[in-house]
Every structure is written in structure tokens, then in C-alpha cells.
Ligand binder design. Structure first.
Ligand code: FAD
Ligand code: SF4
Ligand code: SF4
Length: 486
């Protein structure tokens, strides 16, 4: 067969078709179309098949990127699919919402002059195509095992763990306080980035594969008909995985924070995706909207407000564009859709009688880098200015909820920040048989890292269950009490 690869020299990068800003502002549909088979094959052929593929090194899942690109270029799509799912439980999700510019594509060696291979779009295409062709098989374990695992949280971490454990034959029960699976994939990330049908398709696939979901079930300290206690769950299952994410909103305590019209980002995003979309408090239609923050959540709020028909949408961010934590691709999309960015400024007070009417803001200056590498921020004196606003959305990030208090369980060790402490050797918490992964361990992070954690912790759970001796996984001669938790 002739060499189909290395075409980057004479073949330009083409991203999947992106709908025009004017068109996409009118609806909540995904803004990128999927590749056709022909487009995917052509774009995959641009890969130079690096001996040491930096794309793979930078992918949290260490996906076999050059290999499935080559198979795609050769039109061996079923093999490409099999290879893609060998390392990733949900490639069609990562292909859509990973910040590829900071991960695989940002490390592609042909990135600078020739522009990277469109790895994410090809990855999403491969699994979408596999679903269309009925190549996606239900999970059929070689043998059913009697042991069961209770997973608290149906976000990407919990779901990825469910896939791995079910394949091994364990009885998998997933508990979630929401009414469906997906966590922030459903009640966070907007539809214009990730079509919800993609998640529904995966939920159905998991259900048909034998995973048992318990929705509208809050795991708490007390038990009623909508909840189980954490202790009940521990008695019911042989092992537990905590993958509850982070939902405690970070706050700014400023004058006027309690005014009507000053809302939290996740409340706003959830309302926009449920029957509350038209609620007066949350709908941005006809309003002057200011979003505070510069991460992915802020970008999602800005672009949701545009779609709801806001008069103006501004983003107030304390650092400059180069230092934004969110994906540059999302910043560009927001700019195209009409968002105005106000760099190096922070709110000082929210002004209004009962309802917010404006924000008093101050300018910042960036100083020297701190130990973490980020530049410090200094408020510039006499730099006040005012922004008109009838809806202010605070997108300042999230911390973990204090689970030991919520579950009335002081055995569960946590960091000061609320993140769960893990034994890095076997991913177990300070409670034997209770494991954890995803944002509740890392702090607010990315979907791909939650999937990686879910897959990894599931292997550790299976290993622990197979051995069934709680001490057997600890380094020789050590007991649970000798282990320090990180
Ligand atoms: P989650 O997805 O938060 O899932 C946790 C689940 O646990 C939830 O379903 C919750 O209902 C359930 N739960 C919590 N407590 C309980 C309880 N006591 N009882 C029962 N159930 C419980 N990442 C990206 O990679 N790309 C993006 O574009 C991106 N955009 C984002 C946009 C927004 C607005 C936000 C908020 C985050 C975004 N992220 C993005 C981050 C990403 O969504 C998270 O890192 C990821 O979802 C974490 O997965 P998880 O499984 O740990 O937790
Ligand atoms: Fe790139 Fe994310 Fe896919 Fe890895 S999982 S190849 S980082 S899009
Ligand atoms: Fe292909 Fe780029 Fe990965 Fe090299 S770094 S293997 S060119 S995708």
C-alpha cells in the first residue's frame, strides 16, 4: 500500500465546518459539524507518524493517536474504533470538549508552521461512525461476579469506572442526585459544545450493558425515600467509589453581592438547560450581562447569554488574555459571537437598590510570577470605572463540598480545601474499601482527567476486590495505619 501519511506538507489543516457566528447565536445546537468519513480520512493523513508522539504524551489518556490516525487514513475505520476505545471509555466526548489546544493538538510537532493534525475532530468522528455502523457492542463480561461496587456520582469519572468494572463482571450500581447520567456533561457544559444526545446514548448503552442507575438519589447522612446514607451504601456494596465532583461555589464578598440579579454561574447554566430557562431571574433576554471570571465556565455563561438574546455581554477578567485559564478556542468563539472582554479588571462593588444596576470595577496590574508560575495581581489606585449591568454572573470556580460533615463520617480524611485524601498506592481513601476519583480528588479539572481517574481507580478497585484482603495491597510489612494519605 502506498504511504498515505505525512500529507501535512501539501495538505492544509481543515477543522470541521463551524457554523457562522450569526447563525449559531440563534440556537443552542453544536457549533461544529462532524467530519464526513472522507474529511476524516484526508485530515488524518496529515499526521507525520512521529516515533515519539508528543500528542500521545500530552493526552491524559495516552491515546494511541498516530495509530488510529493511520488506520483512519487507510479507511480501516472499525480497527481505528477498536484502538480508540482501548484507552478511552468515551472518545466521542473527549474529541468534542477536550481543550485540544492545550493538550494533544497543542503538542503536535507540525503545530507551528503547518498547523496541527485535527486530532479531536477525527477522534469524535471515529466513535460517532462506529455507533452509526453498529460496531459499538454492549458490554458482555466473560463471567458475572457476585461482588458489587457502589459508585456515588454519575459524572465522567463514575461512568468511566462503571465501564471498566462492568467489563470485568462486577455488579455496578451508580447513585446520583440528578435525574440522569453525565454530571457536568449534562448540567454544566452547554449543548452548543456538547449535544446532550451523546450522553443519553452512552447512558442507554450502559443500562443495556447491565449498569444499574439509581437517579434522584442523594447520598447523605440521613435516609429518606430520596436518599441513602453513606453508611447504608457501605453495608450494601463490597466497595465504594466516591466521584461526586466539586460544586461549592467560590465567592467574592463585595458590597451588593446579595442584590437581585447577581447570580452564580452554575445556577445560571443549569437553569438555562432546564425548565427554568425562561425564569425572570436567570434569563438574559433583553439584559446587559456581565460575567466575572476567565475559565471555561465563564465562557459558557457568556455564550449562553448571547444565545438567550442579551443586549450586551461583557466579561470582566482580572488578568490579560495570555493568562486566561480557559481554552483559547472558546475565547475566540466567544469573541466571534459578540462578547466584549474587559481584561485586567475586577469588580469592587455591585450597585443598585434591590436589583443590581451596575458594577463598580477597578483596573489591575500584573506583577511578578508566584511559585505556581502565575503573575500576581495588583489593584491600581484611582482606576475605578462603572459598567451597566442587570444580570451579573459570578464564574469564579468551585471547591469541594465538605463530605465528612455532609455524611457525618469523620473517618474520611480530606485536605483543607475539601478534596478527598487518597493513598496514591491504591487510590483508596482513609476508609478501607472506599475509593475516590475525579474532581473531588483533583479539584475542578477536566473531563478527560475525570475519565482517566475513573478508569484507573476501577482497576485498583477490581484488584482490591480480587485480593479481598484489605492489607494485601499495601507495601510489604505495612498496615493501613502506616500509610499516609495524599
Ligand atoms: P461531575 O461531572 O461533577 O459529576 C459528579 C456527579 O456526582 C454529579 O452528577 C452529581 O449530581 C453527583 N453527586 C454529587 N454529590 C452527590 C451526592 N451526595 N449524592 C449523589 N450524587 C451526588 N471540562 C472539559 O474537559 N471541557 C470543557 O469544556 C469543560 N467545560 C466545563 C464547563 C462548566 C460550566 C463546568 C462547571 C465544568 C467544565 N469542565 C470542562 C470541567 C468538567 O466538567 C469536570 O472536570 C468533570 O465533569 C468532572 O467529572 P466528575 O465525574 O469528577 O464530576
Ligand atoms: Fe486529545 Fe483529549 Fe482525545 Fe486525548 S482525549 S486525544 S487530549 S482530545
Ligand atoms: Fe501525528 Fe502530530 Fe502526533 Fe506527530 S505529534 S504523531 S504529527 S498527531
Amino acid at each position: 500500500m502506498p504511504n498515505l501519511m505525512l500529507k501535512f506538507v501539501n495538505l492544509d489543516q481543515q477543522q470541521p465546518h463551524k457554523r457562522s457566528a450569526e447563525e449559531r447565536k440563534q440556537d443552542f445546537k453544536e457549533i461544529y459539524q462532524c467530519f464526513s468519513a472522507e474529511q476524516a480520512e484526508v485530515q488524518a493523513s496529515r499526521c507525520s507518524q512521529c516515533g515519539v508522539p508528543f500528542c500521545t504524551t500530552k493526552c491524559p489518556l495516552s491515546n494511541y493517536i498516530p495509530d488510529w490516525l493511520k488506520l483512519t487514513a487507510e479507511n480501516r475505520l472499525q480497527e481505528a474504533y477498536e484502538l480508540s476505545i482501548a484507552t478511552s471509555s468515551f472518545p466521542e466526548i473527549c474529541g468534542r470538549i477536550c481543550p485540544q489546544d492545550r493538550l494533544c493538538e497543542g503538542s503536535c510537532v507540525i503545530e507551528e508552521d503547518f498547523k496541527s493534525v485535527t486530532i479531536g475532530a477525527v477522534e469524535a468522528f471515529i466513535t460517532d461512525h462506529a455507533f452509526e455502523q453498529n460496531w459499538v457492542q454492549l458490554i458482555k463480561p466473560l463471567r458475572e461476579l457476585s461482588k458489587s461496587v457502589g459508585i456515588i456520582g454519575a459524572g465522567p469519572c463514575g461512568l468511566a469506572a462503571a465501564v471498566v468494572l462492568r467489563k470485568k463482571g462486577y455488579q455496578v450500581h451508580v447513585y446520583d442526585r440528578y435525574d440522569r447520567a453525565g454530571g457536568l456533561l449534562i448540567y454544566g457544559i452547554p449543548t452548543f459544545k456538547l449535544n446532550k444526545n451523546i450522553i443519553v446514548r452512552r447512558q442507554e448503552w450502559l443500562e443495556k450493558s447491565g449498569v444499574i442507575f439509581h437517579f434522584n438519589t442523594d447520598i447523605s447522612a440521613q435516609t429518606d425515600h430520596h436518599s441513602f446514607s453513606f453508611d447504608d451504601l457501605r453495608k450494601k456494596h463490597d466497595a465504594i467509589l466516591i466521584s461526586t465532583g466539586v460544586y461549592k461555589k467560590k465567592e467574592v464578598s463585595l458590597f451588593g453581592s446579595n442584590l437581585n440579579g447577581v447570580v452564580q454561574a452554575l445556577d445560571y447554566l443549569i437553569a438555562s438547560q432546564t425548565e427554568n430557562a425562561n425564569s425572570k431571574q436567570f434569563n438574559a433576554k433583553g439584559k446587559k450581562v456581565v460575567v466575572i471570571g476567565g475559565g471555561d465556565t465563564a465562557m459558557d455563561c457568556l455564550r449562553t447569554a448571547i444565545r438567550q438574546g442579551a443586549i450586551s455581554v461583557q466579561c470582566l477578567y482580572r488578568r490579560d488574555k495570555a493568562n486566561m485559564p480557559g481554552s483559547m478556542r472558546e475565547v475566540k468563539n466567544a469573541e466571534e459571537e459578540g462578547v466584549e472582554f474587559i481584561w485586567q479588571a475586577v469588580p469592587d462593588a455591585f450597585i443598585g437598590e434591590e436589583k443590581v444596576e451596575s458594577i463598580r470595577a477597578v483596573r489591575t496590574e500584573l506583577g511578578l510570577a508566584e511559585t505556581g508560575g502565575r503573575q500576581t495581581i495588583k489593584i491600581l489606585s484611582n482606576s475605578h470605572f462603572t459598567l451597566q449591568a442587570d444580570l451579573v454572573i459570578k464564574a469564579l470556580g468551585f471547591d469541594p463540598e465538605p463530605l465528612p460533615n455532609m455524611w457525618n463520617n469523620d473517618e474520611l480524611q480530606i485536605h483543607e480545601s475539601g478534596r478527598i485524601k487518597l493513598n496514591s498506592y491504591n487510590y483508596m481513601t482513609s476508609i478501607p474499601g472506599v475509593f475516590a476519583g475525579g474532581d473531588i480528588v483533583r479539584g475542578a479539572s477536566l473531563v478527560v482527567w475525570a475519565i482517566k481517574d475513573g478508569q484507573d481507580v476501577a482497576e485498583k478497585i477490581a484488584h482490591w476486590l480480587e485480593n479481598n484482603l484489605k492489607k494485601s495491597l499495601y507495601p510489604q510489612g505495612k498496615s493501613l495505619n502506616d500509610i499516609s494519605f495524599e
